[in-house]
Design a protein around this ligand. Structure first.
Ligand SMILES: O=C(O)CCC(=O)C(=O)O
Length: 292
């Protein structure tokens, strides 16, 4: 057991059943005061001290500011402590029903007060060097987030058995703030099918929406289609830290396009074999929680 890790988190069996069925669920009040304090401090540390792997996104009118940053836990001491506490990893392992959870990616989605840009509909899978079912996001918001601004999911889409392109069929509702910033069309396997236009055809999909409060954890499966709406103005801002976890049998995937590297880097002995279970590569995908 990692130091400082709680022995047990208040997670209900019925919530885990809803996660397996729908691909997403909110675990209410699952963070205690110390985890919440680390989340709050961590999103601010990451926002004010950015690493190289970040981009700033604005809405189609060029307004609003969303900071998206990869691996903030590698330079924010509070987010590092939150990950090391074992809380997000234990939540993920419970959701997956696995004896351990390995970190695949962590990010912040820091939406500043004022105009809020939408998050385009996408899956997480095509951005990653992993494939499989044991893949779960733990999305923690430091602010009260109404259902339109919270991540929404297409119910059951984690079972569609398709990996989409990183590009959307719809015109992207957000524009990067600087040339050279994160551009979806450079990422992932280009031959994959385009993401359906969920935002433009909402009535064709069953969309799950959630109000969340600080202390809640929204968990969703890595293959699920998800996005968030924008707003002309939201005075509170919406600051989220999202870590993505895999079980030991999740498979390594060699993509043809650019993808986010494993948090621990590729192993020094060379590239990981395509299809190898990540449980064999704990340096590249560090364990955040393990059953004892
Ligand atoms: O917070 C958001 O708006 C986007 C989050 C997201 O896409 C994710 O966690 O995978």
């Amino acid at each position: 057991m990692l130091p400082g890790m709680p022995a047990h988190l208040p997670i209900l069996e019925e919530d885990l059943a809803a996660y397996r069925r729908d691909g997403a669920v909110v675990l209410r009040g699952v963070l205690d005061a110390s985890a919440l304090a680390l989340l709050e401090a961590g999103v601010e540390e990451a926002y004010h001290n950015r690493n190289q792997r970040h981009s700033v996104v604005r809405n189609a009118e060029g307004k609003g500011e969303t900071l998206v940053e990869q691996y903030p836990s590698q330079h924010s001491p509070s987010l590092a402590a939150l990950v090391a506490s074992g809380v997000p990893g234990q939540i993920a392992a419970r959701a997956m029903g696995t004896p351990s959870a390995q970190l695949v990616l962590d990010q912040i989605f820091y939406k500043c007060p004022g105009p809020v840009a939408a998050t385009p509909w996408h899956q997480d899978t095509p951005f990653l060097r992993v494939r499989g079912d044991d893949l779960v996001r733990v999305w923690l918001c430091a602010d009260p987030s109404p259902a339109d601004l919270t991540v929404q999911v297409v119910r059951g889409s984690h079972r569609w058995n398709v990996v989409y392109n990183t590009r959307s069929m719809a015109a992207s509702p957000v524009v990067p703030a600087r040339e050279g910033d994160f551009a979806n069309d450079q990422l992932g396997d280009a031959h994959l099918p385009l993401v359906p236009d969920v935002a433009g055809q909402r009535e064709s999909f069953e969309i799950l929406r959630f109000d969340v409060e600080p202390g809640d954890a929204l968990i969703f499966q890595g293959n699920v289609l998800h996005g968030a709406e924008g707003r002309a103005d939201y005075p509170l801002g919406r600051r989220a830290f999202a870590s993505l976890w895999g079980g030991p049998l999740l498979r390594y995937h060699r993509s043809e396009g650019k993808t986010f590297p494993p948090p621990g880097g590729e192993p020094p002995e060379g590239k990981i074999a395509d299809g190898a279970p990540i449980g064999q590569y704990e340096t590249a995908f560090p364990v955040g929680w393990r059953e004892t």
